[in-house]
Design a protein around this ligand. Structure first.
Ligand code: CO8
Length: 303
């Protein structure tokens, strides 16, 4: 698949999309007919729905991959392409990420992508996870996570790459990096993103114990910025976005980059080694066994 091939390629999606979708003339980006059509309309792909309001410059991206928006390779590929398209559209300034699945923002990485797969496939998957993080953490857009359900592990990672987090005030929902509970280890860039959000000591405790926080606890430690009633998550995100967009883009973008660049550089300069680490770790028999037990536990809990 061409899109997956783009993720496999070190230059990532940027080159593919720039070849496919834009040309440069007199210093201005001109979009291909496909993108021009999408500027006016909402674009829908199977796992992601994007509503872009050109009058406000704000796009709402709804994750719609039942049952729990788990981050599979296909999901991540679509997601990255969606973000990249918005990033390339000069009229887009803000992105709100939310879920249209009941009770769940995202269940994190699709465990089935890490269980019983070949090393090659695991490597391809991990590159896509890295790509998602790089796209979001380095995005020039204002990014707001409208967390309208549980958000464990990779779902939490996705949330903490955003500039601001608004969560539904429902004690049944939880958020956190719970990797150790699965017998796996949050990679250094998950850890760094969490540390940048809530500080070193809180991250140390959270990661060692694989803690999942309810919304009040998450607010208390600064893992989310605001709690609102469930039916107000999206409207609050839209109102908050307007405040962020009142700041001149260039000043905000340079500030964001100043804050995040060292963390981003750490992964970009170690990307291949990080993929190798992931593949050799996840394909170990003992880790596969832990994942199997966790999957069984998920099924039993359901029953
Ligand atoms: N991947 C794949 N399938 C999943 C996942 C997942 N992450 N989460 C849930 N499912 C499946 C369930 O098994 C179930 O399948 P089925 O219908 O076939 O039985 C279905 O989705 C629905 O799940 P639930 O019935 O549990 O749905 P609920 O609405 O009751 O609960 C939750 C939703 C809270 C999201 C719950 O499903 C849950 O806790 N899921 C597990 C979340 C989790 O622990 N994710 C961790 C993924 S690992 C990760 O993101 C980072 C890994 C970093 C790797 C580092 C290695 C070096």
């Amino acid at each position: 698949m061409a899109l997956r091939a783009a993720l496999r390629n070190k230059s990532g999606l940027s080159s593919l999309l720039s070849q496919r979708s834009s040309c440069h003339s007199h210093g201005r980006v001109c979009l291909s007919p496909v993108l021009v059509a999408q500027r006016r309309n909402n674009s829908t792909s199977p796992k992601i729905k994007v509503d872009f309001d050109q009058s406000t410059g704000v796009a709402v991206m709804q994750m719609q991959s039942p049952p729990v928006n788990s981050l599979s390779l296909d999901f991540l590929t679509e997601f990255c392409i969606g973000v990249e398209k918005l990033e390339m559209d000069k009229s887009c300034r803000g992105l709100i990420i939310t879920s249209n699945q009941p009770k769940v923002f995202s269940a994190g990485l699709d465990i089935m992508e890490m269980y019983g797969k070949s090393p090659e496939r695991c490597g391809e998957f991990w590159r896509a996870v890295q790509e998602m993080w790089l796209k979001l953490y380095s995005s020039n857009l204002v990014t707001i996570a409208a967390i309208n359900g549980s958000s464990p592990a990779g779902g939490c990672l996705m949330s903490i790459t955003c500039d601001y987090r608004i969560m539904a005030d429902n004690p049944r929902y939880s958020i956190g990096l719970n990797e150790t509970q699965l017998g796996i280890v949050a990679p250094f860039w998950f850890k760094d993103t969490m540390t940048n959000t809530v500080g070193h000591r809180t991250t140390e405790i959270a990661l060692e114990l694989g803690l999942l926080y309810n919304p009040s606890e998450a607010l208390k430690i600064g893992l989310v910025d605001q709690l609102v009633p469930e039916d107000q998550v999206l409207t609050t995100a839209t109102q908050t976005m307007a405040k962020w967009l009142a700041i001149p883009d260039h000043a905000r973008q340079i500030t964001k980059s100043m804050m995040r660049k060292p963390t981003i550089d750490k992964l970009t300069s170690n990307r291949e080694a990080d993929i190798q680490n992931f593949v050799s770790f996840i394909t170990k028999d003992s880790i596969q066994k832990s994942l199997r037990m966790y999957l069984e536990m998920l099924k039993k809990r359901k029953g």
